[in-house]
Design a protein around this ligand. Structure first.
Ligand SMILES: Cc1cc2nc3c(=O)[nH]c(=O)nc-3n(C[C@H](O)[C@H](O)[C@H](O)COP(=O)(O)O)c2cc1C
Length: 391
């Protein structure tokens, strides 16, 4: 009897480790308490009801290997960075380190059995290379699954975070491959056609996509603030952006990290350097001076200063070929002194957020006239926010 119980516990522990924490919270134990609105404490565990199910692929000792993963998601839009959290005992991480690449393969519900199987057996003991048809993309070493509607190849960024059981690996998505059949009439991925699998750790079940509840970054606009609560900023027309579609413009820029106090001087110097370099090479800018603000780390601003040019221009040394990105953008023309720009940008960013627009990448200020010859109140600056498509 004792031997049977020990065997049972050992098997259970092995299974728990195998799914990397997922089964640990399958049967939470509820305890009634006094936590307002009838809430009960249920313990410390991952309460996310569902996770998208994927197979992470890597080449291990020359062979494609795929494992089931629910700890997966995106962490940055541009560049597209994803993470996968993998138990240290698994076979797949060896391949990620070996080649510096991995793939994420999104199965359709038709492949739920094969997907689960890849989570039940390890490449250490079982050859999983012939379950699917494997293809390789641009990276050459991240195996991808032909049968799955969406796959992508990732370059391991070299960044990882170690926890007791799992290691979180970050990867940059280098290319996404889709099966044409999952494209909708508008040429975009139709998620219903993909028919992805979700794993519900809370109940240990696979589930398919549910009801359509409305568009993201939009439906929240229907929210009516509770009585007596003012909106953060009125939607009034004072700082309303125009939403535009832009073509990408090639540009020559100098990228620098500067203290805010050095900003004006750096803009002047870099603008002159780029302008003179282009002139000496027989080119003139096709548009006005601009600064792209990539970020501020508390001490320094990460900025790019330059001019747009016609295609074909090339940089040299610290003058780089860059671009003012194309696509959907929010644009606002500020008329007035440059000193007002931070205040205007704060108000615009509130307007964008209230109206459900998601800014994606650097913010651009394009200085449309010359501060040497224009009165401060007549200066014109276009402020440009590239937007996440669909927001
Ligand atoms: C539903 C499900 C979700 C899983 N999620 C993860 C996960 O997020 N991370 C992980 O390390 N293992 C996860 N696993 C377990 C691995 O897929 C499994 O241990 C696999 O056999 C490892 O394969 P490998 O040793 O060939 O790499 C999951 C398994 C299942 C069934």
């Amino acid at each position: 009897m004792t031997a049977r119980v020990t065997r049972y516990i050992t098997t259970m522990q092995r299974n728990m480790r195998r799914v990397s924490g997922f089964l640990i919270f399958v049967f939470p134990c509820y305890r009634k308490g006094d936590y307002g609105m009838g809430k009960i404490k249920t313990g410390a565990y991952n309460p996310l009801p569902v996770a998208p199910m994927v197979l992470v692929g890597a080449t291990v000792s020359g062979k494609p290997n795929y494992m089931a993963v629910g700890f997966v998601n995106g962490v940055n839009i541009k560049p597209a960075i994803v993470y996968v959290s993998l138990n240290k005992r698994h076979h797949t991480p060896t391949g990620i380190i070996e080649n510096g690449t991995f793939s994420i393969n999104i199965p359709s519900a038709d492949y739920v059995i094969e997907t689960d199987y890849c989570g039940l057996v390890s490449g250490k003991n079982v050859d999983k290379s012939n379950i699917f048809t494997t293809f390789y993309g641009e990276l050459g070493s991240a195996p991808m699954i032909e049968e799955f509607p969406i796959t992508c190849e990732c370059r391991y960024t070299g960044q990882k975070v170690e926890f007791d059981m799992d290691t979180v690996y970050f990867g940059e998505v280098m290319q996404v491959y889709i099966n044409e059949e999952v494209l909708g009439a508008d040429g975009k991925i139709d998620v219903l056609k993909v028919n992805p699998i979700y794993f519900s750790g809370l109940e240990n079940r696979y589930r398919a996509l549910g009801e359509d509840l409305g568009p993201g970054w939009h439906i929240g606009k229907q929210y009516t603030p509770k009585q007596g609560t003012a909106e953060a900023e009125p939607r009034g027309p004072k700082y309303q952006c125009s939403i535009v579609e832009r073509c990408a413009q090639p540009a020559l820029t100098i990228r620098s990290r500067v203290a805010p106090a050095e900003l004006a001087a750096t803009i002047g110097q870099s603008a002159a350097t780029v302008f003179l370099f282009a002139r000496d090479n027989g080119s003139t800018p096709s548009g006005a001076l601009f600064v792209a603000y990539h970020g501020f780390d508390g001490q320094g601003l990460d900025i790019e200063i330059g001019f747009p040019f016609m295609p074909g221009i090339e940089g040299r040394g610290n003058i780089h070929l860059s671009e003012i990105p194309g696509g959907k953008a929010a644009s606002y023309r500020h008329v007035g002194s440059y000193e007002k720009l931070p205040e205007v940008r704060t108000a615009l960013e509130q307007w964008l957020s209230i109206n459900g627009y998601v800014v994606c990448g650097a913010t651009y200020e394009i200085y449309l006239n010359d501060p040497q010859t224009t009165a401060p109140e007549k200066l014109e600056t276009e402020i440009l926010y590239p937007l996440l498509p669909g927001s």
